[in-house]
Design a protein around this ligand. Structure first.
Ligand SMILES: Nc1ncnc2c1ncn2[C@@H]1O[C@H](COP(=O)(O)OP(=O)(O)OP(=O)(O)O)[C@@H](O)[C@H]1O
Ligand SMILES: [Mg+2]
Length: 221
């Protein structure tokens, strides 16, 4: 984003005679979009370095999972609607967990953002949560919730799947879609701080499912 910014600003500086209102608007939109991307990148890098330095302080409180998901969807559904994506949500309204709500919010935003971004036109996205889940994503039989987000988008190849939680990793097929490759690594770290775990499964070309197990804990672990 920095080079695009510099190019646009240079153009404005050196070719002011060519800058019609139309061109001006285009340049401004581009500058705005790239400043926004730059802000996201800086925020992500700051967040990761705080985690690395163990300076991330969590504010533990009880939260309602459906409320968090509902609030995120209210904000993000318009982006999905632009692609004609439909959401189905099956989350019990009584699921209560403990954690830092702003961090929990960020975790789910990352997965929902990816599901939308890597879906095709008119795909659907399914979100569900199973309370008191015991099974292959919780072999220790802890008390907790399994959250799943399933999309029918571009999918992830078997070769790429083991790398998606690495910082800055982006698969080759998404190079024309904006992103820095930090989202999932941040989500994994934040989940870790809540005692949670995440698994990705994908059918290349058909879709992806992320399963997140959040244990029922009341205090910092
Ligand atoms: N739901 C999904 N469907 C297909 N590919 C996905 C999905 N989620 C993640 N990926 C792949 O994993 C990579 C890493 O995802 P991650 O969220 O960390 O980064 P990003 O989306 O590229 O950028 P950002 O940091 O802006 O989120 C993506 O670039 C993409 O290749
Ligand atoms: Mg992402």
């Amino acid at each position: 984003p920095i080079s695009v910014l510099l190019m646009s600003l240079d153009f404005l500086d050196n070719h002011s005679e060519k800058v019609t209102p139309d061109v001006n608007k285009k340049l401004q939109d581009g500058i705005k979009r790239n400043v926004y991307l730059l802000k996201e990148l800086v925020d992500d890098i700051l967040m990761l370095s705080r985690i690395d330095e163990r300076k991330m302080k969590l504010k533990w409180e009880e939260y309602n999972l459906l409320k968090i998901i509902g609030d995120i969807l209210t904000l993000m559904e318009p982006i999905g609607n632009a692609k004609n994506i439909t959401f189905s949500v099956d989350v019990d309204k009584n699921i209560k967990l403990y954690g830092d709500t702003t961090k929990i919010d960020q975790i789910f935003r990352i997965f929902i953002d990816n599901a939308i971004k890597y879906s095709k036109e008119s795909d659907k996205i399914e979100i569900r949560a199973i309370n008191h889940y015991k099974g292959k994503y919780n072999t220790d039989e802890k008390e907790g919730v399994l959250f799943q987000i399933k999309d029918y988008g571009i999918g992830i190849s078997e070769e790429d799947l083991p790398s998606i939680f690495q910082r800055f990793f982006r698969s080759g097929q998404v190079s024309d879609i904006p992103g820095t490759g930090l989202g999932l690594s941040i989500a994994k770290e934040l989940l870790n701080l809540h005692g949670g775990e995440v698994w990705g499964k994908s059918d290349y070309g058909k879709g992806t499912t992320f399963s997140i197990f959040l244990p029922m804990i009341e205090k910092r672990i």
